[in-house]
Design a protein around this ligand. Sequence first.
Ligand SMILES: Nc1ncnc2c1ncn2[C@@H]1O[C@H](COP(=O)(O)OP(=O)(O)OP(=O)(O)O)[C@@H](O)[C@H]1O
Ligand SMILES: O=C(O)[C@H](O)CO
Length: 450
Amino acid sequence: MRKKAEEIFLAGVESVLPEKLIQRQIKRDGDILQIAGKSYPLSRFRHIYVLAAGKAAALMAKETERILGDKITGGHVVTKYGHETNLKYLKLTEAGHPIPDAEGVKGTRKMLDIARQSGEEDLVVCLISGGASALMADFPEGTTLDDLRHANELLVKCGADITEINAVRKHLSNVKGGQLAKTLYPATTVCLILSDVTGDRLDVIASGPTFGDTSTFADAWAVIEKYSLENSFPPPMLNHLKKGLTGLIPETPKPGNAIFRNVQNYIIGNNLLALEGASRKAHGFGFKTHIVTDKLKGDYTNVADFILKTIENYQQASGKKPVCLLFGGEPTVKVSGNGSGGRNQHLALYLSTKIDHEKQITILCAGTDGTDGPTDAAGAVVDNETIAIAVKKNINPRVFLQNSDSYHFFQQAGGHIITGNTRTNVMDMVVVVIEHLKSGHQAYPGVEVT
Ligand SMILES: Nc1ncnc2c1ncn2[C@@H]1O[C@H](COP(=O)(O)OP(=O)(O)OP(=O)(O)O)[C@@H](O)[C@H]1O
Ligand SMILES: O=C(O)[C@H](O)CO
């Protein structure tokens, strides 16, 4: 069943590959370019630029290049190391993710230079995907790249969700929070977005570079306070936020602002699309299949409780046919200790300590981008054998959980899902396969984790 769970996950990833999604949205017939169903006569525009950022940016850009060909005047792509591709008309910068680096700063400057060149008679196609907040690396005057790196590290590890993290990022940037659109104004701007955020919020995905920001300096400051970052956050960054609070620095452009008049934003793929692809595969295997949610969020322990409760409900309601339950979204993990792992491996390890060891339940948790945290694994798969193996090998899951070291647990116990980077990114998936249904729920004796 581990193999089948993995194949179901991979089918989900396959259905959100960037080339496919771009082909569906951008079509060209001679002079007429159709983007998301809207026609743009190419001869109307003086220049056509393409700006792309995110983990899926390279492949989104490549397909756009294939369709637009020599109509493209120029453009720039910023993507994560190892996600590059050969491009003919566009330049590409590979940069640091999840921690921003100097290459990200250079690439972002190049994007902004092109944005500044664009004018009223130009068409700009933006291709945005998850990861772009870290890849589009810029920082306020009076602060440094080291400050940005430190701030980013604190934000992603403090347990804040992506809406909170990005409220802060947007207020420490000149490109995020609608500010790319501000630089592009008044060019005609069409932004195609691959969502890696629950609810597909345009102001949160990649910190919403082309959409009106609903968050404020006050919201950003509230995040600093909520996660007690006042003493650890870089002081120049705190000063910038404080200045914003007192009105010394202008707010990010808000929805309804005239600078968004010529901007269209479209979601071209999301977690639900991946779950649907996974569901078709599971059906093909003969499983009774159900997409439970594409909105998993919050602390991983609560997410685990929800998954276990759903499993229990299905166990009671189902007949003999094996069941596949699909969940999508993005749990959060507050990292403690100095281990290595990611939220999917962490959640899978936690779940392994909670599933009934007498039942045939297989649970796979993995990131659709193929990278779970700063590790080379996409996630992990666990079943009723996992804890038995741990006991045999004399390794204690609780110790690994406490040290945020799920990666090394699975290295020893087996169960890693390794895909390499998939060059797409629509959050995480949880695939649950249940066979031989019985009622009742009992965790493996002696390893209850709270
Ligand atoms: N040792 C660890 N154990 C568990 N989770 C970890 C660990 N180290 C980092 N993480 C988690 O990994 C996440 C960052 O990694 P990853 O690159 O997979 O995130 P991402 O959400 O895909 O990035 P982005 O949102 O920028 O696309 C953070 O949410 C952090 O809590
Ligand atoms: O880049 C980001 O901000 C996250 O991946 C969410 O889109």
